[in-house]
Design a protein around this ligand. Structure first.
Ligand code: NAD
Length: 326
């Protein structure tokens, strides 16, 4: 049975899902279809990942074959930074819904609290990167988060999205957002692993009814395969899979280090969305029940905290044009 978290919108979100970042477009439909067969019900996508169309195809195939019904599946997708203005956010929400092709989006998130200048579809249809070949400069736009949030609320009113939330936000902006939100802030998705625990932020979100989802649960692992500027921090630190007490806890519970890292989050009611293109790891990452870490073991893992953020555009973008997490 799929374990879920109840969102402030009243909907249920699976506690363990599958992350779609870096899943190649060419194999995404098959990977998603196989993930459903293994038991995954939550798929975490984004316009930025450029594989939503294929992910949607994989899900539709599973539905057509009677493996699942639409309501068994939960899809998350995200609004990219160039589309924060109301008209673009509305258009992007509708387009995301069409491209996934599943009737509605379960959870639509603002990807980063950072509005960048609109890039005309004439250049490339919807560029999703901080920069691309035609745009070498990251240019901020003057769009308050309130405008973007209210566009997401309209998407809920229109039935395009069922729940809405944010990603990469910190407490100050969340307090502000909570002061005007007409629809609840259902989820906060953040980088969360033992090297970046963000305990205060997690507590603030959870006590305000915002379900927390952890991304990059394996810390440096995901960033090693990226270009130099992105992977620099990851290369300087021990892999979490080999770090203590994770390695010994894995032995003690007869689990893999990956399962210990994921359980450390889910046991604190934080959803996880690990990504793997490998069938055995897919199975392993979903199999997190049947053991509980002791509270002092949870704490020992949290004690690895170094405030070390790997997904930090203020660090990896050339010439450091923006500092979202400063
Ligand atoms: P992750 O922590 O899931 O790590 C993925 C890496 O770990 C890959 O190299 C994979 O091969 C490896 N791996 C997976 N399972 C393993 C296992 N059982 N044993 C050993 N190695 C294993 O990293 P991620 O992809 O950065 O994060 C997960 C998801 O979070 C993404 O796919 C995406 O959906 C989401 N995300 C969101 C944001 C955001 O800004 N909101 C940013 C990054 C990621």
């Amino acid at each position: 049975m799929t374990q879920t978290i109840k969102l402030a919108s009243g909907r249920e979100m699976p506690l363990v899902g599958f992350g779609l970042w870096k899943v190649p477009k060419e194999t995404a439909a098959e990977t998603v279809y196989n993930a459903i067969k293994v038991g995954y019900r939550l798929f975490d996508g984004a316009y930025d990942y450029q594989n939503e169309k294929e992910a949607g195809e994989g899900i539709r195939r599973a539905i057509a074959e009677g493996l699942v019904k639409r309501d068994d599946i939960f899809i998350t997708t995200k609004l990219w930074n160039n589309y924060h203005k109301e008209e673009y956010a509305l258009e992007m929400g509708r387009r995301q819904n069409e491209i996934w092709g599943l009737g509605y989006i379960d959870l639509f998130l603002i990807h980063f609290p950072c509005a960048l200048k609109y890039i005309k579809p004439a250049v490339r249809e919807y560029p999703a990167w901080w920069m691309d070949d035609e745009h070498k400069v990251v240019e901020l736009d003057k769009v308050p988060v309130q405008e973007t949030w209210q566009a997401l609320e309209k998407l809920v009113d229109q039935g395009v999205a069922r729940s809405i939330g944010v990603s990469n936000f910190q407490a100050q902006l969340l307090y502000d957002l909570l002061s005007y939100a007409r629809h609840p802030v259902s989820s906060l998705q953040i980088e969360h692993h033992p090297y970046l625990v963000q305990a205060g932020l997690v507590e603030m979100a959870q006590t305000n009814g915002i379900a927390v989802t952890a991304y990059s649960s394996f810390g440096p692992q995901s960033f090693l395969e990226l270009p130099e500027d992105f992977s620099k921090r990851a290369k300087k630190i021990a892999l979490l899979f080999e770090a203590e007490p994770i390695a010994s806890l894995a032995k003690k519970y007869n689990k893999t280090p990956a399962q210990i890292l994921l359980r450390w989050a889910t046991q604190r009611n934080i959803a996880v969305i690990p990504k793997s293109n490998n069938a055995e790891r897919l199975r392993q990452n979903l199999d997190l029940m049947g053991f509980d870490l002791a509270s002092e073991e949870l704490q020992q893992i949290s004690d690895l905290d170094r405030g070390l953020r790997f997904n930090d555009p203020g660090f990896y973008l050339p010439d450091h044009p923006i500092h979202i997490f400063a």
